[in-house]
Design a protein around this ligand. Structure first.
Ligand code: SF4
Length: 971
């Protein structure tokens, strides 16, 4: 290799960065350790740390423990140092907006291709035109003629192509004119201009080194040639100097027009690969015969394995297994290169399960961060009339900073969810939440005593924060700055901006929004809300976080990122045609002929660049596995043509495959899957019996608590002690539980009155007044169901069901009125019992309390199943005696369930005064006993019977399935 040659060809099997480090230290040995005047340009930033490390290592071998390093970075980043400060640079976002504005006059194209795909492909074309120094003809007709000629059509038949040529020509001209008039530069123009300026401004003793590039635009190539002419630039290409034009290195050498120098390399495996892919040395069979004559044993054995898996999961498992095999053999720098992101994610999960840490250069998008989720939820609130799900997500977001004068915001949100949303089953709408809050102030008086003001304020703040955006969601086309200013104001009012400032991803999100605001000023684009929201989402999806690669350890990457890398071992994964070479994007206009005629890179050239990456990787490590799969969801997949060529060539030359039978066997073995093999199978467990510290006992016991203690004490422990009882679902459609709530409310309004509803009924109920009473009940019913009737499809059916029940209810009421008078409804009670050192507080709500000549009567409405008399008398169902315990009155003459069924209303399981007194005393005694034991920290065993367990949500906690012998109900 000549040390002075301007183009150096480094064989695929060698490391260009090592050659480059050697070259730098050699050429500038007189100035060591100062290399700060020199410039090293690489195709991507991930190669920078690896180059610095190699340079340091090689300098140390020459006794330089420290260096003043050369500038090392990408060509684009370096060129911006020479950018014209008088020109304003357009960001990518401003770029898009400007073009979308120009596209406004082409509705048909926008409809056909979609706004964003069309803008993306046009911007790519404009960048290509600028970077390849292509000028479109001044006259659009000339361009049209070129298009028509390239399609092999007649001039008489040009109408299908005239739109295409016209669109591109008009937009290109308008685009250039707009940039010129506003003194703007897009990125391609700035890059072009900066490279030209660098030629005049480059420091006299600076030498430039480029390594690892696989293609250059015309602008870059001209810049390279100029600097080579001045002996200021050296190009290190990776590849072969063979005549085959499939190798882009050969083309680049030809294009620079200088003589290249090749590093020496004699490697049988490299020769084998060159023969596989040579197209100027006979057909595949002839080349295979030459290979067999040249070497009687396969040079690929020990270097290259082709593994064909059945499906994606088997392929991922094979990769996981192979990485672990290499690990056990002591190889540490392992690359996994693939264009298949889905496969990459699965491989990452498997390797993480095997505790093999890896860096995934694919990174993640801003849209997947919790900061972007908070913004997305807020926009959903605005669009969906504050639907409860996005609203609760937003309120629970750590980024929200709303000061509503309440010390514990988390508790406030929890109260809002419990007392307003879930207990009133409100699905959306600030006015509904306000209405729900008014009701909750009565129903949850104690809980909301100090919070209702803050909740009202919270709703006001949400409304005020949404107010700049709400009118825009329904408006026709608006200018982008209008949307962005409104969004900015809204986020400020909401306190979301302040919260996002405290988080790295949040700050990035705010930067994106700022960039969008700045960019929006450059265009006249007008969008409807849906278009704006789509643009915003796109902005979040386009911004990616890439973890820095180290060039060490296990790393997952794409083909382009693998340039300038060397590995101990390498896997090229997903080698099916769909991903290798994969689809080369075909723009919606201009076929390959016209693109070539205009001087743009042809598809063949882009294809050659991809091939160059694949070919390089086959020698990027001493051991390479290429994996692919046969099918995906029942559909046969076509192998990559490049892999197929290697497979066929090897078969022809050596009559053997390049598979690894051991790997194929291992993948089939269940033992090869990572599991905790040493861990014994979980042993059956005894039913748990937890102790609840006295401090965690509920302050007051409801009938449900007591019922839980009897049914399964462990369920009580989990639900009430640990607070794990699930929140009630907010139901989109009316269900039986809502029906029951509505019926309770209707009867409350009828007998006692409810603010805002008709009633109460104050007349004596008899045959004469009955029609009037029925009318009132129907009026109340309509009003109670009104909100659901507007929003829920099934509400009318439930109302109809209740209305059919009204005559039966009045019949029953007429009979009952002969002996009983309704005294109160929805009676909220709290009572304390004390015995010795034991105290218990009971709370509950009695549906209806009547008064008759012998005393009081308790009624519990039932719209569902009713406990049997036996269950009540045997103490299994404790509701009625529990209510009796809540009352101070001793003279309770009756307690009954009132079953409100279809067209039928009946008293069921009625207890007379005597039975009730006995049960009340027994329940009280048992309650005191239980409380005494709870105070003493007695265990709370799990003993639910089939029926209790069937509807219990704590099964995962008590691990009932794991019990040695599930117990049946205990006494
Ligand atoms: S699943 Fe059964 S045993 Fe377990 S906590 Fe629930 S009721 Fe008790």
């Amino acid at each position: 290799m000549s040390a002075d040659a301007p183009v150096i060809l480094v064989p695929y099997g060698d490391d260009p960065l090592r050659h480059l480090a050697t070259l730098l230290l050699e050429r500038h040995k007189d100035r060591l350790p100062d290399l700060s005047q020199q410039v090293v340009l690489l195709p991507h930033t991930s190669a920078v740390p690896r180059f610095r490390r190699i340079l340091r290592e090689q300098a140390a071998l020459k006794d330089f423990s420290a260096l003043l390093p050369p500038f090392t970075g990408t060509l684009t980043a370096w060129a911006t140092r020479y950018a014209d400060g008088d020109k304003h640079r357009l960001s990518t976002t401003a770029h898009e907006i400007l073009l979308l504005g120009l596209l406004h006059d082409y509705p048909q194209w926008r409809r056909e291709h979609g706004d964003w795909p069309l803008a993306d492909s046009l911007l790519e074309l404009f960048d290509d035109l600028a970077l390849h120094e292509c000028r479109l003809p001044d006259d659009p007709d000339d361009l049209m003629r070129k298009v028509i000629a390239s399609r092999g059509a007649d001039m008489d038949d040009f109408s299908p192509f005239s739109d295409e040529a016209q669109l591109v020509h008009t937009l290109w001209s308008a685009w250039r004119e707009r940039l010129r008039a506003d003194n703007l530069q897009d990125q391609a123009l700035q890059f072009t201009d900066s490279l030209a300026r660098s030629l005049d401004q480059l420091a006299i003793d600076t030498k430039i080194y480029l390594a690892g590039f696989v293609d250059f635009s015309n602008v870059e190539l001209n810049w390279i040639k100029t600097l080579m002419g001045r002996r200021r630039l050296t190009l290190l290409l990776h590849g072969t100097s063979g005549n085959d034009m499939e190798y882009s290195a050969k083309r680049l050498i030809d294009e620079t027009g200088v003589k290249s120098s090749s590093a020496e390399s004699h490697d049988a495996y490299a020769d084998f690969l060159d023969r596989v892919f040579a197209t100027d040395d006979g057909n595949l069979r002839q080349r295979a015969q030459k290979q067999a004559a040249f070497s009687s044993t396969s040079p690929a054995h020990g270097h290259l394995v082709l593994h064909q898996a059945a499906d994606a999961e088997s392929e991922a498992r094979a990769i996981d297994l192979q990485v672990r095999r290499w690990f056990t053999q002591g190889h540490r720098d392992i690359g996994i290169v693939t264009n298949d992101r889905k496969l990459a994610r699965r491989v990452r999960a498997l390797l993480e399960r095997a505790r093999i840490g890896l860096v995934d250069a694919g990174g993640w998008t801003l849209s997947t961060t919790s900061a972007a989720t908070a913004l997305a939820r807020w926009l959903e609130c605005v669009e969906q009339n504050f639907a409860h799900e996005p609203l609760l997500d937003l309120l629970k977001s750590p980024f929200l900073q709303l000061d509503v004068g309440y010390p514990d915001f988390d508790r406030l949100v929890s109260l809002f969810e419990q007392t307003v949303i879930r207990s009133n089953n409100i699905t959306s709408g600030l006015e509904h939440y306000r209405h729900g809050l008014e009701r909750a102030k009565t129903d949850w008086r104690d809980e909301l005593a100090d919070a209702s003001g803050a909740l009202a304020q919270l709703l006001d703040r949400l409304e005020s924060a949404a107010s700049p955006l709400i009118p825009l969601t329904t408006a026709r086309l608006r200018a982008l700055p209008e949307f962005l200013e409104a969004l900015h104001k809204s986020l400020e009012n909401l306190g979301l901006s302040a919260g996002l400032e405290n988080d790295a991803a949040g700050r990035e999100l705010l930067n994106v929004l700022d960039e969008m605001r700045a960019a929006a000023r450059h265009g006249t684009l007008r969008l409807a809300w849906a278009g704006f929201h789509q643009w915003l989402r796109r902005g979040m999806e386009q911004r990616r976080f890439h973890p820095p690669m180290q060039g060490r350890g296990v790393e997952l990457m794409g083909f382009a990122e693998s340039r300038l890398y060397r590995f101990d071992a390498l896997i090229v994964a997903g080698a099916v045609r769909e991903h290798l070479p994969g689809q080369i994007g075909v723009p919606p206009y201009f076929n390959d002929n016209i693109r070539t005629e205009l001087g743009l890179p042809s598809l063949a050239r882009r294809h050659a660049t991809l091939f160059q990456d694949f070919r390089r990787l086959l020698e990027a490590a001493p051991r390479v596995l290429v994996s692919l799969r046969r099918e995906h969801e029942g559909e046969r997949l076509v192998p990559s043509p490049w892999v197929e060529r290697i497979r066929a060539f090897h078969e022809l030359a050596y009559g053997a495959s390049l598979s690894d039978p051991e790997l194929e066997w291992l993948v089939q073995q269940a033992d090869a899957v990572i599991v905790m093999r040493d861990a014994p199978l979980p042993a059956p467990v005894a039913p748990p019996a937890a102790r609840l510290p006295a401090s965690m006992l509920p302050a007051a016991f409801t009938a449900t608590d007591y019922q839980r203690l009897i049914n399964c004490p462990y369920q009580f422990f989990a639900a009430r002690g640990l607070g794990l009882a699930p929140e009630e679902e907010v139901r989109e459609e009316i269900e039986k539980v809502d029906y029951g709530i509505h019926v309770h409310r209707i009867l409350q309004a009828f007998h006692s009155g409810v603010p805002g509803l008709p009633g109460p009924w104050r007349e004596k109920l008899d045959d004469a007044t009955r029609p009037e009473a029925e009318a009132m009940l129907r009026q109340i019913s309509q009003k109670v169901f009104a909100r659901d009737l507007r929003r829920r499809f099934l509400a009318r059916g439930w109302l109809y069901r209740w209305e059919k029940c009204i005559p039966a209810y009045l019949d029953w009421e007429l009979k009952r009125a002969a002996h009983w008078q309704a005294e109160a409804t929805e009676v909220k009670k709290e009572r304390v019992y004390q015995e010795g050192g034991t105290q218990i507080t009971l709370i509950g709500r009695i549906d209806r309390l009547d008064h008759g000549k012998d005393g009081y009567g308790i009624i519990d409405y039932k719209t569902g199943s009713v406990p049997t008399r036996d269950q009540v008398l045997q103490g299994e169902s404790i509701q009625l005696p529990f209510y009796a315990l809540l009352l101070e009155q001793e003279n309770i003459a009756q307690a009954t369930f009132l079953a409100l069924e279809d067209e039928d209303v009946k008293e069921k399981t009625t207890l007379d005064g005597e039975s009730l007194a006995l049960l009340r005393a027994a329940v009280r005694e048992r309650l005191m006993l239980l409380k005494r034991r709870l105070d003493a920290g007695a265990p709370l065993p799990a003993w639910g019977d089939m029926e209790t367990c069937r509807i219990c949500e704590m099964e995962g906690l008590c691990r009932r399935e794991m019990w040695a012998e599930p117990k049946s109900s205990a006494s």
